[in-house]
Design a protein around this ligand. Sequence first.
Ligand code: ARG
Length: 569
Amino acid sequence: MNPFKQMIAENIAESLEHQSAQEIMQWIEKPPNSDLGDYAFPCFKLSKALRKAPQSIALEISEAIKKDDVFLKTEAIGGYLNFYFNRKKLAEKVLSEVINRKEKFASSNEGAGKTICIDFSAPNIAKPFHVGHLRSTVIGSSLYKIYSHMGYECVGINHLGDWGTQFGKVIVAYKNWGNQERIEKEPIQGLLDLYVKFHDESEKTPELEDEAREWFVKMEKGDKEALSLWKWFSEETIKELKKIYSLLGVRFDHYTGESFYNDKMKPILDELHQKNLLEDSQGAVLVNLESYNMPPCLVQKKDGSTLYATRDITAAIYRKNTFDFTKCLYLTDYSQNLHFAQWFKVIELMGYEWAADLEHVPFGRVTHEGKRIQSRKGTVVLLEEVIEGAIERVFNIIEEKNPELPNKKEVAVDVGVGAVIFNDLSHNRIKDISFSWDTAFSFDGETGPYVQYTHARAVSVLRKAGIDLEEKTFQIEGSYLEDEVSNQVIRQLETFEDAIRDAMNKNEPSILTRHVVDLAQSFNRFYHDHPILVDDAKVKETRLALVVSVKEVLHLGLSLLGIKAPDRM
Ligand code: ARG
């Protein structure tokens, strides 16, 4: 909890009879204009229960309330009770808190003992890993870090699309036009080419589709040849995927793709049957969802093969039994809204109360130069291309601007990858984004490189001051930080925890990217307005304490987004 908001809430709760501090906490606002207070409590909500005008409630609370010295005054205005910080005290408290807690700053143990499963990335083998999957990967990875910071035990699951009819297609294509060396050398692109080739050819020769379906049925029945090809395609692809993940700094606790549930679906189908949920429809098997205004959820095709939904239902039950999650999040684009709504309903109909803990976290589509990214046509910007392109761009910029930099290659990776991730996470998750090379790598404005640069600037000030952070303790004199510009920085540090919590509650990392950019901008204003390494030792020490705190929080913020913060760039 933000300790200051909490203090306000507790004090208000004490002066009232029936409201809990927790409830009050949620009503506290941060006025857009600090003339109306640094925090405000709207008393309208209590008016009915207390049968009094909001203005008189505000007045009464204001008289009854205990005041901590971090607050200068409270004022009852127009039904609001406004709180004004004592800027000196606030600065001293916030900076010492950051300096003491470092990467633990704004963390909490509220999630202790609770597990969150996060199903993210999940590209499809034998289909491309494209910038669309990047969104799932970076949002999921950031949520993983954010929930962990709040004390939750997280389980990151890569539900790879490593089972399904596409394998039938690729097997047919490989047997007709494939080449072993090519797959070994470039599995992702090689398999994609086969996939595209299959679609071109099957337009002319529709029988190929039947052949492909047969091969998938063979796979499900355990046919040796089919399985050994499948296994080889998967293993080669996973090897290459892991390289990309390592470049992105993303890790998973489990690589349990769809195939993992192959032998676990039969009992689930039986259970569905026993619970009288299945209907036969011309040989296919489905759960009728008419009463819920949804099309039926197909769980078995005519030929006996299972579907994406069958595997999701099975996986959810497996995960509940294995991890006993408090919440299980699924990150995919919104085109799968119906799919999740359907099978969540099936879980509910099976009588599992925890169906309510399954949460689809949808995000917008990625288009490239106005076109949708589609695997069939092969118009994809492969993720590898994007990342490598980014690294190269950054490297060229460093060569030009800072050729003396010692570890150029490493920094180019951190900044290039950081730019890609930050670009993705700075959009409100549900919005469609249009991917373009130019905006993704812009180095000024609200971008990853800008924040990283600001962090490196703070580190450089500390380096010039000759400060050993491990050793140093700071004498902070908050009265030097009462001006508007310094106070802005302090407030952004103070509200950092709110941003994390808000990002977590809404599963929306863009709230955190926004906050981190704002902090970087106010720090740059501070840096511009206030010389730091001045002669007056007390002023210098206080300003340095602010620099250290900003450095720590930018570092922490970036790391919660999954982005590195190099010390020089
Ligand atoms: N492989 C799927 C796709 O690329 C995403 C899987 C998401 N996770 C899940 N449990 N359905 O569309």
